[in-house]
Design a protein around this ligand. Structure first.
Ligand SMILES: Nc1ncnc2c1ncn2[C@@H]1O[C@H](COP(=O)(O)OP(=O)(O)O)[C@@H](O)[C@H]1O
Ligand SMILES: [Mg+2]
Length: 302
């Protein structure tokens, strides 16, 4: 049986003057999944989200939410959406608490025990005026309001860019919480590793086009982890392992090596290194930037 489609974007295009911000955006978000919408700054994430929200109208293509047109039926559709923008604007003279309640009211929801719990979890002082808040605190206000809303589809545009790691974890917990309730979530980010833990599927956007999409497993072939390892005995033969790339020995210390490995090869790599007795190890997860450099070398220099 087909999974229920919550968001269906087909061949969306959007120009600003002569500039093609969106050239061809096609993807779907299914009910109960977390979809990671990943791409570098300026790729078109926010513009895409604005077409989903009916804030701007696409020049071509279609955007459907719950089977309805995101532009024509935007008033109706909005009642089922919760949205947190990347840059949160707040009324400077209202307190965080007042703004949370206002956001909830505008969406036909109410302040509940859950709202209080979220204020606690996100460690927000709701009594302070918004003008005293940092970017992170402004984001928290919008996140608390969104998470205490009872929506069907939650859209977060680079939600953790101003949050410290502890709060990022609270955010991730709350997203997974929504997912466990069968809600659907769109999460945009320019950092793959920040969202990959939560996402069922991801779409990668670059220069207004979706260039890859699928489950993380589908996209595993795109990812390579960087290693720096020091071993007791010589490990330079690691270059013989399939899926190990760019092996370099340290100039000063030949027992220290640098290499990258495909995700599929990591088990074998670890086995191999363990036999050589690991003294020190450091690994860096693949970044989106690495991925772009590898697959789109033709304009790596831009
Ligand atoms: N209202 C606008 N007028 C002109 N150009 C815009 C407008 N909004 C966005 N853009 C341009 O469209 C491109 C995509 O922007 P955006 O969707 O904000 O990217 P992202 O959210 O992925 O960082 C950028 O080059 C940006 O400068
Ligand atoms: Mg953006």
């Amino acid at each position: 049986m087909d999974e229920k489609v919550v968001l269906d974007i087909q061949q969306v295009q959007k120009k600003f003057g002569k500039f093609e911000a969106l050239k061809n955006i096609t993807f779907q978000v299914h009910q109960g999944e977390v979809f990671g919408f990943i791409g570098p700054n300026g790729a078109g994430k926010t513009t895409t989200i604005r077409t989903i929200l009916g804030i701007i109208q696409a020049d071509a293509g279609s955007v459907q939410l719950f089977g309805e047109d995101a532009w024509k039926d935007r008033v109706k559709v909005h009642q089922r959406l919760a949205y947190v923008p990347g840059d949160v604007y707040l009324w400077p003279n209202l307190t965080g608490g007042e703004i949370i309640d206002l956001f909830l009211k505008m969406n036909g929801d109410k302040h509940t025990d859950r709202t209080d719990l979220l204020i606690q979890k996100f460690d927000l002082d709701p009594k302070k005026k918004a003008r005293t808040y940092s970017k992170g605190n402004r984001q928290k206000v919008a996140l608390i309001a969104a998470f205490s809303q009872n929506a069907d589809f939650y859209i977060f545009d680079e939600p953790t860019s101003g949050l410290d790691p502890l709060m990022e974890e609270v955010f991730q917990e709350e997203v997974l919480n929504l997912k466990n309730q069968g809600k659907s979530i769109l999460l945009s980010s320019h950092i793959l590793s920040e969202v990959e833990r939560m996402c069922d599927r991801i779409g990668i956007i670059r220069k207004g086009e979706i260039i890859e999409q699928g489950t993380l497993d589908d996209l595993r072939h795109l990812t390579r982890t960087q290693f720096t390892v020091t071993t007791k005995t010589d490990a330079s033969d690691i270059r013989e392992i399939d899926g190990v790339h760019t092996v370099k020995l340290d100039q000063q210390n030949p027992k220290k090596i640098y290499f990258s490995a495909d995700t599929d090869a990591i088990e074998e790599v670890m086995q191999f290194l363990t036999d050589k007795v690991i003294v020190g190890i450091q690994s860096t997860p693949p970044t989106l930037e690495d991925l772009f450099l590898r697959y789109y070398k033709q304009d790596a220099g831009e």
